[in-house]
Design a protein around this ligand. Structure first.
Ligand code: SF4
Length: 359
């Protein structure tokens, strides 16, 4: 059984300055053929059970409740974790109640910053007070859990700004945080307008502050960019990080079936006329094993070496002896598992590059 499904809703009201995801401004002329193709794509799999379902985007909360229902009804009724990504300006109380009635039990809210001038720089179309009022509504609703996204390292953002964001996050008593450092993507508005990345020392100081403050407040730093209160892990994201298969539905979605990854077309025009047109990624077993290492080392659960050896027909400790020795003070072994200490997570990319250099 494939445990998880991701549905990509590629529409947005406006385009944020840092974003290079597959998204377009909502366009009625494409919408009905997009929806028809998406429903066809999902129904072909005749899914009878699922642990986690994730509607991401784009902005899934832009869908009308009727459109949401017709896509949601392609999936089984009982799903352990059903997450919908929302933006503050498109999540009102009625929609929230409709989601709950349709089995949504986790909201992921794109807040990005609690500072209005930084929201403007990012071309977000909501204010900080709008985001706070939506957070209060979510807390009053019967959604079991929720998360917000924040970004740090934004243009002209100071350490004081980051401290205020974390203070506001903590004062709102939110169960989960995904927090990312700004990446200047070539195809984003920031990339095209020559915005400079944050100074790397300041960015490292910000991340250290975030990690220490959240851990001191009782949050578990369970993945490099994810913090939660006990019991509020994102089960869906854990499926990615723990090397599980997942369906990816929709224009711009990616999935993995029988260990083989695929990317659907990113062209809405192509999707609307021909359907998902998946491109399967031709990877050797060793490359798939490397993908599994890269995902697992992002988390505090690490990699189960015994399972990895069996699945990828190799000997992890022997094959990567050189890297394990070079970074020995950053690794921890516990039972069958290896994971990175906090200091190791701080240099995760450097360590992963060395893993990748091993043939
Ligand atoms: S960040 Fe989210 S809301 Fe903004 S343009 Fe990208 S997908 Fe749309």
């Amino acid at each position: 059984m494939v445990p998880s499904a991701y549905v990509h809703i590629p529409f947005c009201d406006s385009i944020c300055a840092y974003c290079d995801f597959v998204r377009i401004q909502k366009n009625e002329s494409f919408f009905s053929s997009w929806k028809e193709k998406l429903i066809q794509e999902i129904q072909e799999y005749k899914i009878s059970s699922l642990h986690t379902l994730y509607f991401g985007g784009g902005t899934p909360s832009l869908l009308s409740v009727d459109d949401f229902v017709s896509i949601r009804n392609c999936f089984p009724k009982d799903i352990e974790e059903f997450t919908v990504e929302c933006n503050p300006e498109s999540l009102d109380e009625d929609k929230l109640n409709a989601y709950v009635a349709l089995g949504v039990n986790r909201i992921s809210l794109g807040v990005q910053s609690f500072k209005d001038d930084l929201l403007k720089v990012c071309r977000r179309t909501h204010t900080a007070s709008q985001a706070i009022s939506v957070i209060e509504n979510i807390k009053k609703s019967s959604v079991s859990t929720f998360s917000i996204d924040l970004i740090f390292g934004l243009p002209n953002q100071t350490m004081e700004d980051v401290k205020k964001d974390i203070f506001t996050f903590l004062s709102l008593d939110i169960p989960h945080l995904s927090i990312y450092s700004l990446q200047i993507e070539e195809n984003s508005i920031f990339g095209k307008t020559g915005v400079e990345p944050c100074d790397s020392d300041l960015e490292a100081d910000m991340f250290e502050y975030i990690t220490k403050t959240l851990e001191a407040a009782g949050y578990i730093h369970y993945e490099i960019s994810s913090f939660c209160k006990p019991g509020h892990y994102s089960k869906h994201n854990l499926a990615y990080w723990q090397d599980k298969d997942f369906y990816g539905f929709g224009c711009g979605a990616s999935g993995r079936l029988d260990g083989i990854r695929y990317d659907n077309t990113t062209s809405l025009k192509e999707y609307c006329s021909l359907g998902p047109c998946p491109v399967y990624i031709d990877e050797t077993l060793a490359e798939r094993g490397m993908d599994a290492i890269m995902m697992a080392l992002r988390t505090k659960f690490g990699l189960n070496i015994k399972e990895w050896n069996l699945k990828y027909q190799s000997d992890f400790k022997e094959h990567y002896a050189q890297v394990l020795d070079k970074y020995r003070e950053y690794f921890c072994f516990e039972g069958e598992c290896i994971y990175l200490k906090d200091a190791g997570l701080e240099i995760l990319n450097t360590i992963l590059v060395d893993f990748m250099l091993i043939e």
